[in-house]
Ligand binder design. Sequence first.
Ligand SMILES: *Cc1c(COP(=O)(O)O)cnc(C)c1O
Length: 364
Amino acid sequence: MIQTPFYLIDRAKLARNMAIMDDLRQASGAKVLLALKCFATWGVFDQMRQHMDGTTSSSLYELKLGRTRFGGETHAYSVAWADHEIAEAVGYADKIIFNSIGQLERFDNPSASIARGLRLNPRFSTSGFDLADPARPFSRLGEWDAGKIERVIDKISGFMIHYNCENADFDLFDQQLTRIEAEFGALLHRLTWVSLGGGIHFTGEGYPVARLAARLRTFSERFGVQVYLEPGEAAITNAATLEVTVLDVLNNGKDLAVVDASVEAHMLDLLIYRLSGRIETAGDHRFMICGKSCLAGDVFGEFDFPALLQVGDRLSIADAAGYTMVKKNWFNGVKMPSIVIKEFDGSMTVVREFGYADFEGNLG
Ligand SMILES: *Cc1c(COP(=O)(O)O)cnc(C)c1O
């Protein structure tokens, strides 16, 4: 048995999402790029690159990882490039996407050798969280003034428009794309590619993939553009778990179980967005599952189990891939979960273990 805690990536579950990628690519003509900010565990890139066209990035380091570990088509985006980064970035990228007209003009010469794009902010989005809403008031994420963009349109060949957030509602996607067509159609006609970003939950249960594909194809033909999507969460949803062991049980008015991992350190997004974790279990015994950091609110959630939990029980916390492994940190010096891959034949490959040296080396 592999020592917990560990993140477990299941290739068979990943394959389900990848099959949908293939269906969508085939039916729509769109290319799909993995958004590395969501998931960058490169031990499974060998599998993903057979079904995705490449990567997109949010920094120089992600860009380099995409170029060297994934390959394929490599898009470079950053909210702001620094002078000392631009030459290296252009060296890795097939396309570079600037967040502002200011950055496009500043780096006009050093980026002239590759395709350039600009981030367009349509000033609406599907995000319910202000924190994650690219169209929030005073947003710095992209340009929105068609008149200003028109003046630099000859410098670019494409737009990146990222405005969806786990949007499982195809009709809403359709309506918002229609709005983009109406408001920015004149500019779209002058481009050769458009990335519609990530946040479309097309690998979710029951999503009408064929309708999405048809809509993307119509958009692509209408403006004569190659469409890209940049799925993060949709690519790896449900493909990984965090495997933990119960270290202690106590009752302080509720039954509590403390496990050998931490929400703050190992599933940080649950805290940031005030969400409960998910454990697939049912029964009559409710326990609050708690992390082992000393943060009072380090709680994965409350779940029902078929029997009273005991020290030594193993639990599997779902949805541990997207925005999870990329955000793990050394808070409290809690042991970092290993990274394990469940192969197609059911065998387990431990690809990385972390130890004291990693903790220490991270601090000085
Ligand atoms: C975050 C992000 C993505 C991926 O979003 P998901 O919701 O994980 O699909 C894609 N493109 C850009 C520009 C992003 O910022």
